[in-house]
Design a protein around this ligand. Structure first.
Ligand code: GLN
Length: 389
């Protein structure tokens, strides 16, 4: 039998998706893979019903259905203040997952280096490697998960072609400040690198923290490739709708990558999602309030366990420090949580370049009922009542 490509041996299957499979097998509450268990807004559901009876069952325009791109352009302008031409600045993709791969393949030649902050969402290293690029890492350190300016400057001394900025960050919950983004931008300018941003949690930011769009900073647009998704904002992770937003010269190339990868995102779903993009500002305020309540509820339970955890400024993830439980590895711990506690979380090591072994990532994008059930189960950790055998 011929050997498969060697680049595939450099990374593993997604630990997030693998944990979901194990959670389902054991009937655990799945707080591993981040997705909601509640419905999208009613407006979107109604539009989906209408779309199924419409003429939208064949390929849409490969870089995105015109109605969807027009609505998307308006929505991006509403929040960033940038002028967006739906015909020049956008490619609609199958989720931010495809958007990131498109961005990476558009920006990088084989052998180029890409700066990735660690911890990082596990797709980024795979995206870089599949594009023939080499990831180089800069640590984000707890508790605030800021970066060290000298370390970042040294990474740029290696002449990377791009840097990836996930903001708000998965898994740390960090929201990058304007000053931090300016610093990243300045280095990218000095070394003529792209900044690839991944911003699916743009509307899940806890006050007083604020989301700053890197693409809208002075002088940033030309070198910023923004990847984003509708998954988290409208609770439609299964629809796989995302996009790349960038300068026309970049988009012209990104369209080709996207076309040959997937041809296009699902046509009827693009039609239906327009209803989401047209929701008023009050929807986004409601979303912040909803997630603030979920965060407070879930963190309340974690606090009672007595174990330390990260305080998210944005997104819907929290990393629980399980050092005191005495596991050899976090993979072992994650399995124990699934089987003995009945709650699934992702082994933190899958997000880190460094040998980190003491964190489990949980998410709280769940109904109050699910969060309470999970919280009650996690209370078994309190005062060492449940200890690994
Ligand atoms: N972004 C979510 C997470 O980190 C879901 C990822 C996925 O499986 N596509 O869990």
């Amino acid at each position: 039998m011929p050997a498969t490509a060697s680049r595939l041996s450099v990374f593993t299957e997604s630990v997030i998706r693998g944990t979901t499979r194990l959670a389902n097998q054991h009937g655990a509450i799945n707080l591993a893979q981040g997705f909601p268990d509640f419905d999208p807004p009613e407006e979107i559901l109604a539009a989906l019903e209408t779309a199924t009876r419409g003429p939208h069952h064949q390929y849409a325009v490969t870089w995105g259905a015109p109605r969807f791109r027009a609505a998307l352009a308006k929505k991006i302008t509403r929040f960033t203040g940038l002028e967006v031409d739906p015909d020049q600045h956008l490619v609609v993709t199958c989720g931010s997952t495809e958007a990131m791969m498109v961005a990476m393949m558009t920006a990088c030649n084989p052998g180029d280096k890409v700066v990735i902050f660690s911890p990082f969402y596990e797709n980024y290293a795979a995206d870089a490697i599949l594009s023939g690029a080499e990831p180089i890492y800069v640590p984000l350190r707890p508790p605030g998960f800021g970066f060290d300016s000298d370390e970042l400057a040294r990474a740029f001394d290696q002449k990377p072609k791009a840097i990836v900025v996930c903001n708000p960050s998965n898994p740390t919950g960090k929201v990058f400040t304007r000053a931090e983004l300016m610093e990243i931008l300045k280095l990218a300018e000095q070394h003529d690198a792209f900044v690839i941003t991944d911003e699916p949690y743009e509307h899940i930011v806890y006050p007083p923290h604020e989301h700053v769009y890197l693409s809208a900073l002075p002088g940033a647009f030309e070198r910023t490739i923004t990847c984003n998704s509708l998954s988290k904002t409208y609770s439609i992770t299964g629809w796989r709708l995302g996009y790349v937003h960038a300068a026309p010269q970049v988009i012209a190339q990104a369209r080709k990558v996207h076309d040959f990868l997937t041809v296009g995102a699902a046509a009827p779903l693009q039609e239906a999602a327009v209803a989401g993009l047209e929701l008023p500002d009050s929807y986004y305020e409601g979303l912040t309030e909803l997630y603030t309540r979920k965060r407070d509820l879930f963190l309340g339970y974690l606090r009672q366990t007595g174990l330390p955890f990260t305080e998210p400024q944005g997104a819907y993830y929290v990393m629980l420090d399980i050092s005191s439980l005495g596991f050899e590895t976090d993979t072992e711990a994650s399995e124990w949580f699934i089987k003995e506690i009945g709650v699934a979380g992702v082994a933190g090591s899958s997000f880190f370049r460094e040998p980190v072994n003491h964190l489990i990532r949980f998410h709280f994008a769940k109904s109050e009922e699910t969060l309470k059930a999970a919280g009650e189960r996690l209370l078994k950790l309190k005062d060492g009542r449940a200890q690994p055998g």
